[in-house]
Write a protein that binds this ligand. Structure first.
Ligand code: GLC
Length: 419
């Protein structure tokens, strides 16, 4: 069983000076939602370092408000596609050209609450940056102005190869992709990573954005991939609520945030798919819901959405009957479920943590406790892996992973005596 000291060691070892890489080799740069979650881990033993993580990520913000999904601080050939492929970065640093789930404001709220002697001027700057990023999602990524926030690349969901993306990706033309050398499969077994056909489509979408100079408004107009992800949407709703708390401390525009929250909840409710008994992805190009729910359906409570709660929890119980360890990333009853291939089945510790926060808040304490206990068993048996097989509990993907270690700390999974 790891100790808190082991978890702290993972973070320190992945600290490249003001930012934390997810793991060496496989992910050698700064990733957006990893940094936000990692800040929660740093906050348990080094609050100034947690703030640094937040501020270093925000330093890469684009003038239009977007906070990019990767910040390329120093060249590293162990990752593809690197800065020379993206040719993006409209802010101070080279970056990718898309964003990632906006969990940062929620992490910042936690830092603020743990810091009674907070520096309000510094917080105000962070607030303005977060507010600009949230407005970017609304202004650029809600083409119907209906709270249906879209993603234009599977990587933007942070759950790269969910079966949800298969149908929308089928419309992506890969004929001009050319040859390239993947790096991920030199670090991790190919069976645990996306297929080559998927990778070609990811690269085609990068080329598509690059050809449009990473002008997000143009990309939304004709991107072949334009999908509403319940994960991004739930996380944004929660982040807006947390931003509201921060706004009240620094004199921000609470009324505007409240209006945004209302619109987003309307959008989330439109993701309900009665046949799938869940909140499902919606392809805005075809108007079709994904036929099967993924794990983000269980983030409804985290977002504060109570509609269909009983039905959602009945599905949760059915999933739990099929696996040893909750929460698989995709429905374990589906033929597309794969317990080791990336986001098509495996369990992520941080995702369990987010779902459990919401379930505890709506009184589903036993299920929240089950998620915590399963996460502890997984990390206890297989250390700080990137993700885990929900049937066998074996470690998958990269090892010595920052956000897994951070969640161990933030969720207090270590024995009290270790701390
Ligand atoms: C993968 C994950 C993504 C994560 C990144 C770094 O691309 O799908 O969610 O941010 O790795 O850990």
């Amino acid at each position: 069983m790891p100790t808190d000291a082991d978890a702290r060691h993972v973070l320190r070892n992945n600290d490249l000076g003001g930012y934390t890489v997810p793991t060496h080799g496989l992910y050698p740069y700064q990733w957006n939602w990893d940094s936000a979650l990692v800040a929660k881990g740093w906050a348990t033993f080094d609050p100034p370092r947690a703030w640094q993580e937040v501020e270093s990520l925000l330093a890469a913000q684009w003038p239009n408000g977007m906070v990019p999904h990767i910040v390329f601080r120093q060249p590293d050939p162990s990752y593809f596609p690197g800065p020379e492929v993206w040719r993006a970065g409209q802010g101070a640093l080279p970056t990718s050209g898309i964003s990632q789930p906006p969990v940062l404001a929620s992490a910042v709220r936690r830092l603020v609450e743990a810091d009674p002697a907070r520096d309000l001027r510094r917080l105000e700057t962070v607030y303005r940056q977060l507010d600009a990023w949230h407005r970017w999602w609304h202004d650029v990524r809600d083409p119907q102005n209906a709270g249906l926030i879209t993603i234009t690349h599977p990587w933007e969901s942070g759950r790269d190869n969910l079966p949800d993306w298969d149908a929308p990706l089928a419309a992506v033309d890969t004929s001009g992709v050319g040859s390239y050398q993947r790096r991920d499969t030199s670090h991790v077994a190919a069976a645990m990573r996306p297929t080559q056909a998927d990778y070609d489509r990811y690269i085609a979408l990068v080329q598509f954005g690059r050809e449009r100079g990473w002008d997000a408004k143009r990309i939304v107009v004709d991107s072949p991939f334009l999908v509403v992800d319940p994960g991004v949407l739930a996380i944004l709703i929660r982040a807006e609520r947390d931003l509201l708390t921060i706004a009240s401390l620094v004199g921000g525009d609470c009324a505007a945030i409240n209006r945004r929250i209302e619109r987003l909840i309307g959008g989330f409710e439109r993701l309900w798919n009665p046949e799938a008994k869940g909140f499902c992805s919606l392809d805005l190009r075809t108007g079709e819901h994904c036929a099967t729910a993924n794990a983000a359906s269980f983030l409804a409570a985290y977002a504060g959405v109570t509609a269909h709660h009983r039905t959602v929890m009945a599905q949760f119980a059915e999933w739990a009957e099929r696996v040893q360890f909750m929460l698989p990333s995709f429905d374990p009853r589906s033929p597309e479920f794969d317990p080791v291939r990336y986001w098509r089945g495996p369990v992520w510790a941080f995702f369990n943590y987010l779902v459990a926060i919401g379930l505890a808040e709506v009184g589903e304490r036993e299920w929240a406790e089950r998620l915590r206990a399963d996460t502890k068993r997984l990390i206890g048996g297989s250390w700080f892996a990137e993700y885990y097989d929900p049937k066998s509990g074996i470690a998958c993907g990269g090892q010595e992973f920052s956000w897994t270690a951070a969640i161990w700390l933030a969720w207090g999974l270590g024995e009290v005596a270790d701390r």
